[in-house]
Design a binder for this molecule. Structure first.
Ligand SMILES: [Mg+2]
Length: 200
């Protein structure tokens, strides 16, 4: 009998910047929308009156569809997912993108997931609702599930759910960022996933 931490049985991945690189330029989107630097776009749009909200949604989806055409899978992602499937983990995608765009992106990159939750399906990250829904559907405890992503909203959502959190750093040292401390694990690349696999 072992007394280590509970093994992971489910992993929820962020899409853009984590599974795929779609080179979305959020700063450029904010410029086109007339929004101040750094303001979260979905939350800003939700506060806007029509017709401005509608115009900004059009700018957002224009950029997102352009991202589909550029998207490439991050190095090592295909191999890691094959390994995780072999170990019978539950796998899902949770994105602030729309589900249609997320599914088109995954298809372009040759990535298949049974479950994809987009912004029309549940409150957007950092809200933890979607993570809790996955846990309930999978009949897993929150501590048996990890949220893997490249940004603060991924880690905040994972922490708020009570799940484990993995920051994909794409090889950069992000330890100086205040929110990077919300990650239980920093994973620099998917091609060397030993630290992640050790949680399973
Ligand atoms: Mg991301």
């Amino acid at each position: 009998m072992t007394f280590g931490p509970t093994p992971l049985r489910g992993i929820i991945f962020d899409l853009d910047g984590t599974l795929v690189d779609s080179r979305l330029d959020f700063d450029q989107m904010r410029i086109e929308m007339g929004l101040p630097e750094g303001l979260p776009i979905l939350e800003a749009i939700s506060q806007m009156p029509e017709p401005r909200a509608n115009a900004c949604r059009a700018i957002l989806t224009k950029h997102e569809w352009a991202g589909v055409d550029r998207a490439t899978a991050m190095p090592g992602v295909h191999e890691l997912l094959a390994e995780l499937r072999q170990r019978q983990l539950r796998l899902a995608v949770l994105t602030r993108n729309s589900r249609a765009i997320a599914e088109a992106t995954l298809q372009r990159c040759g990535l298949a997931f049974d479950e994809v939750i987009g912004r029309e399906d549940a409150p957007a990250k950092p809200d933890p609702t979607a993570i809790l829904q996955f846990c309930a559907r999978w009949e897993l405890g929150v501590h048996e599930v990890a949220m893997v992503g490249d940004y603060r909203f991924d880690l905040e959502a994972g922490r708020a759910a009570g799940s484990r959190t993995v920051l994909y750093t794409a090889g950069e040292d992000l330890r100086h960022l205040d929110w990077a401390r919300l990650a239980d694990l920093h994973l620099p690349c998917f091609s060397r996933p030993a630290a992640l696999l050790a949680l399973i």
